[in-house]
Design a protein around this ligand. Structure first.
Ligand SMILES: *[C@@H]1O[C@H](CO)[C@@H](O)[C@H](O)[C@H]1NC(C)=O
Ligand SMILES: *[C@@H]1O[C@H](CO)[C@@H](O)[C@H](O)[C@H]1NC(C)=O
Ligand SMILES: *[C@@H]1O[C@H](CO)[C@@H](O)[C@H](O)[C@H]1NC(C)=O
Length: 335
């Protein structure tokens, strides 16, 4: 369904909160303070959005909602960090080029980045009335597994998908693997996180087991949380649009299939993953989720796209990630 039809329906019934907002690029580099804290460079390249407290190590005892001084997100009280892998095009001659990111319709002018959602109910439920508990300072989570290369492995996760954009408004079908045909308006990578929290742990050794999917049904169908993870949290979702248009000519594609590859050297798409470090200031997220706001959220402070684009952190990893490269950073082809 096209977003604008959701938004216009929503205006008729502004009952509760669905946050949908753009965030510009903060930095693109090989760091992963969640999975590889202190490791510079981390194994694979990430694209990161959000607050400027992003570092190679992020102590969960430090509330980034209080220490960050700017954010690339439209809601200026959101100093969280959000990141995913980076998509590359691999040419027939073996060299690679980072695929540029573009914003969703309505967020034109945003420098790369992603669209972020916090939902109380599934996207198609315009009411958004279910109660959710906001994440707490120090909370973080990961969904997806960078090493997965098969559908059987990836089936462990729900709703880490791709939309082959025929137009910028295409929203279905979604596939678990990379699209196999050229996508005229780009490839949208969708990452939805689990929605049930154990209520105790801000993190866990695998960064996932403090979270769970509903016990039966789905978040979208209103499925209940299991007793082990009883606290219903907002569904966090990322949409990242990779502008593949420059490489949609099948003559440039390898004989073996499609030419796009994630930064962890994944040509299947099953290794897609998203990371989250909560950093909303004070009670801003809970306040928003408890308020009648649908996309436009008067309870939250906003900033202009040009201000979002100005926030960044210096690159600390000494390597080139732009232009034609012999290899994906950290992935030597061994020639
Ligand atoms: C490899 O192929 C790409 C895409 O055709 C081209 O732009 C690039 O210059 C080539 N690089 C080399 C080293 O031949
Ligand atoms: C996507 O890439 C194509 C090819 O490089 C370019 O012409 C187009 O302007 C890009 N789209 C956006 C929205 O930036
Ligand atoms: C990356 O994957 C290709 C096959 O798709 C393989 O030939 C290459 O050895 C891999 N590189 C690394 C560093 O794993």
């Amino acid at each position: 369904m096209h977003w604008s039809s959701l938004a216009s329906l929503a205006l008729a019934t502004p009952t509760a909160a669905l946050l949908r907002f753009g965030c510009a690029q903060l930095v693109v580099e090989r760091l992963d303070p969640l999975v590889n804290p202190g490791v510079n460079p981390s194994p694979h390249l990430h694209q990161i959005i959000g607050g400027n407290a992003f570092r190679v190590s992020m102590d969960p005892k430090i509330d980034i909602g209080e220490t960050a001084t700017c954010t690339t997100c439209q809601f200026s009280e959101d100093f969280s960090n959000y990141w995913t892998a980076v998509m590359f095009f691999k040419a027939k001659n073996g060299t690679v080029h980072r695929v540029p990111q573009i914003p969703n319709v309505g967020f034109e002018g945003t420098n790369a980045g992603m669209t972020v959602y916090y939902m109380q109910d599934g996207l198609a439920n315009y009411q958004q009335t279910s109660k959710v508990t906001a994440f707490k300072p120090g909370f973080r989570m990961l969904i997806g597994e960078a090493s997965y290369r098969t559908k059987n492995e990836a089936a462990r996760f729900r709703q880490i998908t791709y939309t082959c954009l025929q137009t910028p408004g295409t929203r279905f079908p979604e596939t678990m693997n990379f699209p196999t045909k050229p996508c005229p308006a780009g490839i949208m990578a969708n990452v939805r996180f689990p929605t049930c929290w154990d209520g105790q742990n801000l993190d866990s050794p695998d960064h996932m087991s403090h979270m769970s999917y509903p016990e039966s049904g789905t978040f979208e169908s209103g499925g209940p949380c299991p007793a082990s993870h009883p606290v219903r949290v907002p569904q966090l979702m990322y949409e990242t649009i990779w502008n593949t248009s420059a490489w949609n000519n099948k003559e440039d594609w390898p004989e073996t299939g499609q030419p796009f590859v994630w930064s962890m050297n994944d040509t299947t798409g099953f290794g897609s993953h998203g990371d989250y470090v909560f950093g909303w200031k004070g009670d801003a997220l809970q306040r928003a989720m408890d308020s009648p706001c649908y996309v436009n959220c008067p309870t939250l402070k906003t900033q202009s796209i040009s201000t979002m684009n100005q926030c960044s952190v210096p690159v600390t990893v000494d390597e080139t990630t732009d232009g034609w490269l012999p290899d994906i950073p950290g992935m030597p082809s061994g020639q």
